[in-house]
Structures are given as C-alpha cells and as structure tokens.
Design a protein. Structure first.
Ligand code: NZQ
Ligand code: ZN
Length: 387
C-alpha cells in the first residue's frame, strides 16, 4: 500500500430537509451572502426560492448566469460584485460549473487582480470567502472537494484552481432536487462519476479497501443511471447517484493506491477548452479508447478485476479476454444511456489535436505515471481513435 493523506473538512448534509439547514450553518460566517447560480434551472424548479427562504435572516446579493464550462470572465465579474457588495460568504446553487465558479469567486474576491492568475498559479491564493454549496446534480463531486475547473476563451485553456481554502464549509444535498435534470446531463454526470472512479481504480496498484470502494461506485452508477433516465422522478435512484458523485472525486477512492495523473480528464479538459462540449460526454467518448490504449499483458489483470467484480464475468477466463470484454461493456453502457460514441458526433474535429497534446504538460500531472505511460503520441493516438 502507498502512503497517503486524506483531508475532507466539508460538512456533507444530505436529505429532503437539507437545504433548510443552510441558514443555521451560515450564521457564524456573517450577515450578507452572494448567491451564485447558472442559467436558470434553479429558478424553474423553485430551488432558488427554497434557498432564499433558508437565508431569510441574511442580506442576499444574486449573481446569475454561470455557464457550463464556467468562464473566467464570469468569475471576475462575480468577484467584483462580491468585493463591491462586501459579502461575507458565497452560496453556490447548481452543478459542478456553478460550484467551481463559486470557488474561484471566493478566491477572486480576496485577490487584487485577474482571477485567471489564481487558476494558473493556485499558490497565489492566500485567502478566500467561505463557501456553501447547494447541489443540483450528480456528477463532479465539487460539493466535497477543494478544486474547480475554469475556462478561458481568450487562451483556449480549461484548468483547475485548487486550494485547501476552497473546500466548501458545508454542502447541502437533497437528491429530489436532481429529478429535474434532463437525460443528457444525467448520462453525462453518470459518465463523469465513472470516469473519476476509473482514474483512481485503473492504476498500477490498488488495495482491497479502495478497490472495493471503486467497484461499489461503478456498480451503483451502472445500476442507477439507467433508472434515472427511464424514470427521472425516482428519488432513490437519484440519491444513489448523488452519493456516488460526492465520494467520486474527494480522494477516498484512491487511498493507498498508486497515484494517478487522471489521463482521461487531462485530455477531456483540452477538448472542452476548444469545443465547449459537455465534460461527462467527452469523458465517455474518450474512456474506452484510453482503456484500449492502456491494455497490455502487464495491465490486463487490473482490467480483468474490473470485468469480474463489476461486470460479473467468469474469473476463469484469461485476463486479456476479460479485459477486452469489460472495455466493450463500458462502451456499450455509455451508448445505452444515450451518449454518442465519437468526438465528431459532438462537433469536434482534429484541427486542435496537436495544440491539445502540447498544452497538457504545461498544466497537468505527468502522464508518464498513467497505467500505461502516456506521451504526446499516446495522447494523439487516443484523440484520433476517439474522433
Ligand atoms: O445552468 P443551469 O440552468 O442551472 O443548468 C444546468 C446546466 O445547463 C443543468 N442542471 C444542473 N442541475 C440541474 C440542471 N437542470 C435541471 N435540473 C437540475 N437539477 O445542467 C447543465 C450542466 O450543469 P454543469 O454544472 O455544467 O454540469 P456538471 O455538474 O457536470 O459540471 C461540469 C463542470 O465541472 C467540471 C467540468 O470540467 C465542467 O466544467 N469538473 C469539476 C470537478 C471538480 N470541481 O472537482 C471535477 C470534474 O472532473 C470536472 O472537471
Ligand atoms: Zn470529471
């Protein structure tokens, strides 16, 4: 087992009455809140009204319009509002994009300059406003981690901002809130949760505890995502997905494992930076191709474990046969929940592939640490196979 540290200082509040607990949790942090949300789903569903009611004792300033793949321009505008209005804390009401933007807003409000500086160099984050999140979908796990992913359209970069100062103080998760999520984003969220798990599970060395966590998360998504798509109002299935999301990205799944450089995320962020595609959809398209690239006689036993423990295949088969069958199953699953199979299906062409491959080493962990080490040619091979 590898050495590790796990630090999860977020109060995770689940349940149908969770949103109503926001006011009491925020009370020690001040009297004025910046409530940040996206394109309007939280207005349509009534969640924003619930949040405002929970914050009835506070002064509220609203900032609407955070985009999927949130832009640094929105972050800068909201951080300016937070400074001018002298808010005491920020409440993100939304999915990964709103929560991620809110993290950058919390840091940006305490920084005298362009928030992009903080994305490029998170060591510049010396202070941040306290953050609370009200989660609306099962996908990124941003409600339970200290990272956000921000896009800069001027430079075609999509990069993480990360600091222990950006952990939410508390996240409020009512699974029923996610019943309004459309099928496309339900499927994308499922793929994102699975990808977070693969990134930590399909590594050189795991252990019985972390492998068991990963297998449970994968089986949970494989069982419940199709239910959520067929029966969007099924709160039990939505709850299982939301829990899987919260624990997918917080580091728990990787305890004691060989550290992973998250290769599929490295590649997907580059694609989104140029083409603004849905994160989970990009991951679902790339993942089977990354798996095929990574499958060698040395790595086959890892995939075989996945085949047996997640897909219930016969352990007596040889590892290579099992591995190939599990990769096929993975691709079939993504297709079954309505995700297209090719990058060209979502408007991506190969015109920026070289730039993407060149950019990864400037902003990401070395992909030489992946299950099968990935160099520039390897990244290009996966991109071309995914096209
Ligand atoms: O903007 P609104 O109107 O709210 O609509 C959103 C948006 O259009 C909609 N939506 C969310 N909850 C809903 C809903 N519609 C109806 N009912 C609901 N309950 O869904 C659309 C997508 O939302 P978004 O927040 O973009 O999705 P997601 O949660 O998948 O977040 C994706 C972003 O998170 C980043 C991704 O790169 C991407 O930018 N990630 C963040 C991570 C982190 N912080 O740790 C890790 C991830 O790997 C990921 O990179
Ligand atoms: Zn992700």
């Amino acid at each position: 087992m590898q050495s590790f540290e796990l630090y999860l200082p977020v109060r995770l509040v689940y349940g149908s009455d969770s949103v109503e607990k926001l006011g009491a949790a925020a009370a020690p942090y001040g009297r004025k809140a910046l409530v940040v949300y996206g394109g309007g789903s939280v207005k349509r569903t009534g969640l924003l009204d619930r949040v405002k009611k929970a914050l009835a004792a506070f002064e509220i300033v609203e900032f609407a319009g955070i985009e999927p793949n949130p832009r640094v321009s929105s972050v800068n505008a909201a951080a300016k509002t937070a400074r001018e209005e002298k808010v005491d804390f920020v409440v993100a009401v939304g999915g990964g994009s709103v929560m991620d933007a809110a993290k950058a807003i919390c840091a940006g409000a305490k920084y005298d300059g362009d928030a992009w500086d903080l994305v490029k160099d998170s060591s510049l984050i010396k202070d941040a406003l306290p953050l609370f999140t009200v989660l609306t979908n099962a996908a990124t796990g941003s409600e339970y981690d200290a990272a956000g992913v921000i896009t800069n359209w001027e430079t075609n970069e999509k990069q993480a901002i990360s600091s222990p100062l950006l952990f939410p103080k508390a996240s409020f998760c009512d699974p029923a809130v996610s019943t309004s999520l459309p099928a496309w984003h339900t499927a994308a969220g499922a793929a994102d949760i699975m990808s977070h798990t693969f990134e930590q599970y399909l590594v050189k060395e795991g252990n019985d505890v972390s492998d068991g966590f990963c297998e449970t998360i994968l089986k949970t998504v494989i069982k419940n995502a199709p239910i959520c798509i067929k029966d969007p109002e099924n709160v039990e299935a939505r709850a299982a997905m939301m829990l899987a999301s919260s624990f997918g990205c917080c580091g728990l799944l990787a305890i004691g494992n060989t550290p992973s450089p998250w290769p599929c995320h490295a590649i997907e962020h580059e694609i989104s930076a140029w083409h603004d595609i849905t994160h989970g959809v990009g991951l679902a398209i790339i993942t089977p191709h990354w798996m095929r690239y990574s499958l060698t006689p040395e790595t086959a036993p890892r995939f075989a474990r996945y085949a047996v423990n997640v897909w219930g295949m016969d352990p007596k088969e040889d590892p290579m046969t099992l591995a190939n069958a599990a990769i096929d199953k993975t691709a079939e699953f993504f297709a079954s929940i309505g995700i297209p199979a090719r990058l060209s299906d979502v408007g991506v062409d190969d015109s920026h592939f070289e730039a993407m491959a060149d950019h990864i080493p400037t902003c990401w962990w070395p992909l030489s640490g992946a299950l099968r080490p990935l160099d520039r040619e390897g990244v290009l091979a996966i991109l071309r196979a995914s096209l």
